[in-house]
Ligand binder design. Sequence first.
Ligand code: S3P
Length: 180
Amino acid sequence: MTGPKTIQNSVILVGLMGAGKTSVGRKLAALLDFPFVDADQEIEMAAGCTIEDFFELHGEAEFRKGEEKVIRRLLESGPQVLATGGGAYMNPSIREVIAQHGISVWLRADLDILCKRTGRRGGRPLLKAGNPEDVLQKLMDERYPIYAKADIVVDTSQESIDLTANNILESLVAFNPETK
Ligand code: S3P
């Protein structure tokens, strides 16, 4: 059988801030008839404060511990589309738990797109560490080789949310873990 119903495991979206994980994730979840879960929102609910405040109060290292705990818990709860925060996939333990529970999808975008999209919404503490464009470029250099380990890579730079979600769906249907 082909079609969305062949997808039975969770789909986990990874990629840099501004890549569109949340908006594309919502659309993809609707196409798959899966619940959509946003890890950052769940972290904020668990912590009882915003990510920005969490970084300020407890620092990044504590945030990363909480992030791992929340993602582990979420992935235990059955098939879903899960949007992860940009740093989550850099943690080898999170990569492992993602690989155990589902298919990872890297939403790859160019620097100018990431700058434009992250400029529209604040609340991202890492982008306050310097000029946001320089920070994003540095994060691209560090993280893109790791994001590239994802099962599926989809370009999101020029494409609309709908087209990106459909591109992911096609790749999911074609995905064969044996040939990865
Ligand atoms: C982070 C990305 C953010 C959030 C936190 C750290 C990162 O999520 O988890 O600010 O390390 O790239 P988004 O990618 O959803 O903006």
